[in-house]
Design a protein around this ligand. Structure first.
Ligand code: UGA
Length: 428
């Protein structure tokens, strides 16, 4: 059944959600206050790099399934289904800045005259959807005119289109069973089991998922430290662990740690939420400590080899927080570069997609050119093209012979055969 949907907020989640719902056959209106962004989207310019997304947007724009508008009120009036996908940044004390959601609610108060199913996709702290429900009533909307649903997303940047088309579950948090059929009709073309829970239960599932994945990464990074001391190869350990069905193979890649707009923010938000209820979340705190200190481990190893970093020319391959995205939020690479700059190093960098960052470094268009006269090379993002490197060519460009593999994507033996010194953690 074709439904008329309004997606409020054209950030990463909003655009992907809107484009995919349009592709599933619905008529979708993506709205945003940002006039320039909407203008660009209307002209077919997609502001983020996400494989497959641009094609999806163009296709659905062309067949009139997908529209962009700044006229939020009239779109809301017209659509029975509203998705909230606005940003929810973290305040300094760890609480969430809900200004954007508040603005949406104020617009709803002025606009809603017929029934709306209001679906929150933004990641919000436990209790927020209950608060939205309550606030809308307090602001004057009759409770019979809306249902609030929490429907968190589990998309990975770089794989978002695939992940949304092939979900392993669809989580629905509701206050009553009324909106469940609406959500099922919305996603009727997707084949995934439904997990139906309370509003707060759905919010908690999202945080628990990200916190667990971050825990796996910090666990393997801590194991790597221990393995390093015992001369054990960490990829052997991860491989064996991953074959145990109870553990599973993903998120066991040791390296510089996790970055991005989700894990760092969500783990600390969950810590904040726990502490609000006087619970000390010991595991979550340890997970963050391991992640925060992981970069220093590599820098210490590099400093030992180069004696000091002052004046050294270091090339960093990879700026995005992970492959297949242009997103540099909380990128380990940028945090690493910042630390290296503070130690006096001169940084040259290359990334297949990111060509601009606000750091005093030189970004090159060619990965080999970036290596000219370098004392050391650091691989900071696990882009595929860094896995198949012409090491002879690298040797020709570099002055020094140190290769730091911050993502465990290189076989140490191969680089050592080319007379490089390999720095990793627990690589033999
Ligand atoms: C993450 C979750 O994987 C998604 O399910 C979730 O929907 C999303 O957050 C979100 O909350 O919106 P994302 O941040 O796009 O997705 O990226 P991931 O693929 O999870 O990677 C996060 C970080 O962990 C990256 O910096 C990556 O390099 C690092 N990582 C990942 C490791 O260091 N080791 C691993 O084994 C895996």
């Amino acid at each position: 059944m074709m439904m008329k949907i309004c997606v409020i907020g054209t950030g990463y989640v909003g655009l992907t959600t809107g484009a995919i719902l349009a592709d599933l056959g619905h008529e979708v209106f993506c709205v945003d206050k940002d006039k320039l962004k909407i203008e660009k989207l209307t002209q077919g310019e997609v502001p983020i790099y996400e494989p497959g997304l641009k094609e999806l947007i163009l296709r659905n724009k062309k067949n009139s399934h997908l529209h962009f508008s700044t006229d939020i009120q009239s779109v809301i009036k017209d659509c029975p289904i509203l998705f909230i996908t606005v940003g929810t940044p973290t305040n300094e004390d760890g609480s969430q800045n809900l200004t954007a959601i508040n603005d949406v609610m104020d617009t709803l108060v002025q606009t809603v005259t017929s029934h709306k199913t209001i679906i929150t996709k933004s990641t919000v702290l436990p209790g927020t959807n209950e608060w939205i429900q309550q606030s809308l009533i307090e602001k004057g909307i009759d409770s019979s005119l809306f249902d609030v649903v929490s429907n968190p997303e589990f998309l990975r940047e770089g794989n978002a289109v695939f992940d949304m088309m092939n979900p392993d579950k669809i989580v629905i948090g509701v206050k009553s069973s009324k909106p469940i059929q609406v959500i099922k009709a919305l996603y009727e073309k997707l084949h995934a089991p439904y997990i139906i829970t309370s509003l707060t239960g759905a919010e908690m599932i999202k945080y628990a998922s990200n916190a667990f994945l971050a825990t796996k990464i910090s666990f393997i990074n801590e194991m790597a430290r221990i393995c390093d001391a015992y001369g054990v190869e960490i990829t052997d350990i991860a491989n064996a662990l991953g074959r145990d069905k109870r553990i599973g193979p993903s998120f066991l890649n040791a390296g510089l740690g996790y970055g991005g707009s989700c894990f760092p923010k969500d783990v600390s938000a969950l810590e904040y939420a726990a502490k609000q209820k006087r619970i000390v979340p010991e595991v979550l705190m340890a997970v963050q400590n391991v992640n925060d200190s992981q970069i220093n481990l590599y820098i210490e190893k590099l400093t030992r080899k180069l004696t000091n970093l002052d004046g050294k020319k270091i090339t960093v391959w990879g700026l995005a927080f992970k492959p297949e995205t242009d997103d540099t939020r909380e990128s380990r690479s940028l945090i690493l570069i910042n630390k290296l700059l503070k130690s006096g190093a001169e940084i040259h960098a290359y990334d297949p997609i990111v060509h601009l960052i606000e750091f005093p470094i030189t970004i090159h268009q060619d990965m080999y050119e970036a290596l000219k006269e370098a004392d050391a090379l650091i691989i900071a993002t696990e882009w595929d093209q860094f896995k198949t490197v012409d090491w002879k060519k690298v040797k020709g460009y570099m002055k020094g012979n140190i290769v730091v593999d911050g993502r465990n994507i290189i076989d140490p033996k191969i680089v050592m055969n080319h007379q490089f010194e390999y720095i990793g953690v627990a690589r033999q």
